[in-house]
Design a protein around this ligand. Structure first.
Ligand code: C2E
Ligand code: MG
Ligand code: MG
Ligand code: MG
Length: 287
């Protein structure tokens, strides 16, 4: 078991972790059962065009409907799934579910023709040798084009092994999927690496967006990141937009897309269909 846990084995036994080893082991058993019994659900949060606020895509965010503990947020189980290795089957399930749901929206409504889906990858999934095959299979089984899928990875995942990361990203890109760096600004990627990485999108972390309408330093930082994105021909997405003030400032800075409670919380498939209908009513798709 220690070998299977790989480099994360010691995280499991770190004294700084609040959960006991016994609780961790119990959660693994629970999680395996949860996967079998389909207790996990995927919610979808809108990603919108920064100027028009029209829906351009959604981010898939997993939840666990735990039979005893209620609805659990990813913060309550992803790290443990990462440590015990179950993130690989769980992540594969999220990926397949998200691709299948995108196909359903596209079948149900013409307004979803250009809709895109974002799926988060964990470090362990990113290192898993079967990842590219899993992604190709998920796309083929759902019958959606690779260009409709964006995979989100964090800076730390990329910097751990830059050469390996470039190889994996290249293989994913070869499939035609798009790649986003999530939580940008919280990691430690150097400009030199960023230039080498075959990515398409930078997602600016919520911590910079939070006071972008009140703090001149944050304005300068976000402005610099958007400029960096433009220089490297990457799209920029601001995360965690909650107020009109933040939205106005980000729009002025020239950020391409936005995500946050202002535009919509993570919701079920029907909530996304409602947004598609809203946009279609405001103006016909493609106009
Ligand atoms: P993330 O990928 O950065 O996702 C954005 C998180 O910010 C989501 O939290 C979302 O609900 C939250 N959020 C969005 N807009 C706002 C806002 O305006 N204000 C505030 N305060 N929060 C906002 P969530 O769903 O709890 O997910 C947390 C993290 O868990 C995600 O951060 C991602 O790193 C991870 N995660 C979620 N689903 C998956 C998954 O399927 N696989 C993996 N590996 N990780 C996942
Ligand atoms: Mg994300
Ligand atoms: Mg993020
Ligand atoms: Mg974040």
């Amino acid at each position: 078991a220690a070998k299977r846990s790989g480099r994360n084995a010691y995280q499991l036994f770190s004294p700084s972790m609040s959960r006991s080893v016994l609780e961790e082991a119990q959660q693994r058993v629970d999680m395996e059962r949860g996967l079998e019994q389909e207790q996990f659900v995927v919610l979808y949060q809108p990603v919108v065009d920064m100027t028009t606020q029209r829906l351009t895509g959604v981010e898939a965010l997993v939840r666990w409907r735990h039979p005893d503990d209620g609805l659990l947020s990813p913060y309550q189980f992803i790290a443990n799934a990462e440590a015990n290795g179950l993130i690989v089957p769980l992540g594969r399930w999220v990926l397949r579910e998200a691709c299948a749901q995108l196909a359903r929206w596209r079948r149900e409504t013409p307004a979803a023709a250009g809709l895109k889906i974002n799926v988060n990858l964990s470090a362990r999934q990113f290192q898993y040798a079967g990842l590219v095959g899993d992604v190709a299979a998920a796309l083929a089984d759902a019958g959606i084009p690779a260009s409709a899928l964006t995979l989100e990875i964090t800076e730390s995942m990329l910097m751990e092994d830059v050469t390996g990361a470039i190889e994996t990203l290249g293989a994913l890109r070869q499939l035609g999927v798009r790649l986003a760096i999530d939580d940008f600004g919280t990691g430690y990627s150097s400009l030199n690496y960023l230039k080498q990485l075959p990515v398409d999108i930078i997602k600016i972390d919520r911590t910079f967006v939070e006071s972008v309408d009140t703090d001149a330093d944050d304005v300068a930082l976000v402005d610099a990141v958007v400029g960096l994105g433009q220089a490297l021909r990457l799209q920029t997405v601001a995360e965690g937009i909650e107020t009109d003030g933040q939205w106005a400032m980000l729009q002025q800075i020239g950020c391409d897309q936005g995500q946050g409670y202002l535009f919509g919380r993570p919701g079920d498939a029907a909530s996304v269909a409602a947004l598609l209908a809203r946009d279609a009513a405001a103006a016909p798709a493609g106009v």
